[in-house]
Design a protein around this ligand. Structure first.
Ligand code: ZN
Ligand code: ZN
Ligand code: FE
Length: 732
């Protein structure tokens, strides 16, 4: 914004200091510049309507949790908005989720149909009022209303929908609740039967649920909260924060909510409606995104009744439309740093500010945990979480968001970036951008570039991308990459040796196949079956194992991978921790969760092929693991030693690459770094060896962050003459 102010030098300086040091709650000051102007003799404070610029440079606010002032008013029986579930002001309320187009005013939002009453209009037009130009401003007389229905779409007779909904929750019912960015399915978290039933009807397997608690005091009864975590929990973004469980609180069905997990995802109430729910004796609710498996979160009332009729017993709906869905954001703190597992509500579309200016680029992200990135100037707008693009509804949401972002930010992309994988839906979508140059970006190069970009690095680095799988430029599935790269080019420096994935995609869901594949590679057909837990409790018998060995021998549907995530999966299966999974990453997560706390720093032997491109012998590490099994070593110790092995291995490799290249900056990226032991271990060990280490703190380290890297790489790419597509360069 532009401010013209007149006064003495001192008072103007004081004015500027006040703005810099004490900005409004939602303001982010990126830069301040001042210039002297002719004295006009202003006599009053005035807000002047902005001139419509040729290019819209508007930034759009994310959705903001209800502010303290609004909560105070809502709890005041004398206030005209007493108990009103849609109270908001310029400091809080819905934004991104209700904006249909810019300029951002009420007519361009889903509030357009609600005509302001006289009282609200007076607030809206008064520059001294907290609701001056608060677009979603509303009250009982003119704003949205809640209604309560049963699953047959019959309105539930009551004079207080919210109190009635709480009673239903307390009786063990599942209530679908329309929130800020979509519907949640809620059940009382202290009711074991209700939680189990929700898990069953949602066909959720063992995937943890997030919970919402009324206060940090309630949370402390079942989880520890550090100072940093408290800051995150109570921030205006109100994300889900993964906290360490502190006991098996018998009142909370914790073991049902996050089984086999040391952490539990917790958030505080973030809408006025949530706050009202918690004023009646509720302490903790399971609040999980309301959707059918892998489909996007439900936002539409009619859709809710059809899609969720088998999941929810009751529906607490309202008539304020959600235009753009956004799921809850999920954060884990490691070494007191913020690690996004999902960056969505509250954060999108706040830009990541870059070190330099770029032309407009739209990057389409990956296939799983998809997000989009719209690059323009020195800002990268990263979309809310779109999800896995493996079903038509998610794909519609992807296309809608791509169109919406370019519209509301008024940017016409000059380039489109996509993953190198030829079959990804995002790749197929990229081909539709006729006339716009298209850049294919290698998956792990994108991961590394994403980490570089948010850390303002623009030079050659040692990039580490440890990941599930991504398409490599040799047509194989990569995922344990160490690269020497900048934005323009990359050189593969090291990776794990390849091993077969018998059954291809199926092996990702059935890690026992990977376990057998790793054992076969290490021992041939003679592995010590009796001592390996995989063969004890997984129902994997000689016949099943033989079948896998034959697939590998005959090279039937057994693509080769060097993915670190797959390596973790295989080890997890060998140890009998997890042989088949019900959600992505489950085997690796459970391997991390069982690892013993104390770290005596012993590890398994490793070695590599000292070639131009280092290939690490995965089999040697597998042999070490099995040797410990033969000694009846505890699997929690083996897991810890395995983690330590990977940390030491890569630290050594960084040393080798530093000796060759002189590079000292290391970036860490890829989904495997969601593992807290690895992330913390890598940072400590590498810093101990004198490296400058850079990690993700603004975008997810998983595939939710790759669109940023794709965008920068595409912006920097050089096109061959007259060509309108290119593959970002790989040096061989
Ligand atoms: Zn407010
Ligand atoms: Zn009103
Ligand atoms: Fe990835």
């Amino acid at each position: 914004m532009e401010i013209e102010a007149e006064g003495t030098k001192e008072s103007l300086q004081g004015f500027q200091d006040e703005i810099t040091n004490n900005p409004p709650l939602l303001a982010t000051i990126l830069d301040i510049s001042t210039e002297n102007k002719k004295i006009q003799g202003f006599t009053r404070f005035e807000i002047v309507k902005s001139l419509r610029e040729k290019t819209r440079k508007t930034l759009i606010s994310p959705d903001v949790s209800v502010c303290d002032d609004c909560i105070t008013e809502m709890n005041d029986p004398g206030n005209r908005r007493y108990n009103y579930p849609f109270i908001n002001c310029t400091n809080c309320g819905p934004r991104y989720s209700i904006i249909m187009d810019v300029p951002y005013d009420r007519q361009m939002t889903s509030m357009a149909d609600f005509k302001l009453c006289d009282s609200c209009q007076a607030e809206y037009t008064n520059p001294l009022d907290r609701r001056f130009h608060a677009q979603p401003n509303a009250c009982y007389d003119c704003g949205p209303k809640v209604q309560l229905f049963d699953s047959e779409k019959r309105e539930v007779p009551t004079d207080n929908c919210i109190r009635k909904a709480v009673q239903l929750l307390q009786q063990g019912h599942c209530v679908a609740i329309k929130g800020l960015g979509g519907y949640h399915l809620a059940v009382d978290a202290t009711n074991r039967d209700a939680v189990q039933k929700l898990r069953r009807v949602k066909n959720r397997g063992a995937k943890p649920f997030a919970v919402m608690a009324d206060s940090t005091e309630s949370i402390r009864r079942f989880a520890d909260i550090s100072e940093g975590e408290k800051k995150l929990l109570t921030s205006f973004q109100k994300p889900v924060v993964l906290l360490k469980k502190n006991s098996a609180d018998s009142e909370t069905a914790l073991s049902e909510i996050a089984p086999r997990n040391k952490t539990i995802g917790v958030m505080l109430p973030y809408t006025p409606l949530h706050c009202l729910l918690f004023q009646y004796e509720l302490k903790v609710l399971v609040m999980t995104s309301a959707n059918k498996k892998s489909e996007p979160i439900v936002i539409d009332n009619e859709d809710a009744f059809t899609t969720l009729s088998e999941l929810a017993d009751f529906f607490l709906i309202n008539n304020r439309d959600i235009y753009l869905r956004s799921d809850d954001s999920v954060i884990r703190q490691v070494c007191e740093k913020t690690c996004f597992l999902r960056r969505s509500r509250g954060y999108a579309p706040t830009p990541v500010v870059l070190a330099k200016q770029y032309p407009p680029v739209l990057a389409l992200g990956g296939e799983l945990k998809n997000t989009l990135c719209l690059l323009n100037g020195d800002k990268a707008i990263i979309s809310q979480h779109i999800g896995d693009l493996d079903n038509p509804k998610a794909h519609d949401f992807f296309e809608m968001t791509a169109g919406h972002l370019t519209k509301i930010f008024d940017v016409t992309p000059e380039r489109v970036a996509h993953d190198l994988h030829p079959d990804y839906l995002s790749t197929i979508h990229a081909r539709k951008h006729i006339g716009v140059p298209v850049v294919a970006v290698q998956h792990h190069h994108a991961h590394i570039a994403s980490c570089m970009a948010e850390n303002h690095l623009n030079e050659k680095v040692i990039g580490i991308a440890l990941d599930g799988t991504g398409f490599g430029d040799d047509g194989r599935l990569w995922g344990s990459e160490m690269m020497v790269c900048d934005y323009r080019e990359y050189q593969r420096a090291a990776h794990l040796s390849y091993f077969p994935m018998p059954g291809g995609e199926v092996a990702i869901k059935e890690p026992w196949r990977l376990g057998i594949s790793l054992l076969y590679q290490a021992f041939g057909k003679e592995f010590p079956v009796e001592k390996i837990p995989l063969f004890r409790n997984a129902g994997v018998d000689g016949k099943k194992a033989d079948f896998i060995l034959q697939m590998i021998d005959k090279k039937i549907n057994s693509p080769e991978t060097s993915g670190m995530g797959r390596f973790f999966d295989g080890i997890s299966a060998i140890l009998g921790v997890r042989e088949t999974i019900s959600f992505e990453g489950q085997a690796a997560i459970e391997l991390e969760m069982i690892a013993c706390e104390e770290d005596n720093l012993s590890h398994y032997d490793y070695s590599w092929d000292e070639d131009e491109m280092i290939s690490v012998d995965a089999a040697m590490i597998v042999k070490g693991v099995v040797a410990d099994l033969l000694l009846n070593e505890d699997i929690s110790v083996i897991s810890r030693k395995f983690h330590t092995t990977i940390i030491y291995l890569y630290s050594d490799l960084c040393g080798v690459v530093r000796d060759k290249t002189g590079l000292n900056k290391v970036t860490l990226s890829g989904g495997v770094f969601q593992n807290g032991i690895l992330l913390e271990g890598f940072v400590k060990r590498l810093e101990g060896l004198g490296f400058d280490v850079y990690t993700h703190q603004q975008v997810p380290t998983n595939d939710g962050g790759i669109a940023l890297g794709q965008a920068i790489i595409a912006a920097e790419a050089e096109f061959p003459d007259k060509s309108d597509s290119c593959v970002a360069h790989h040096l061989t």
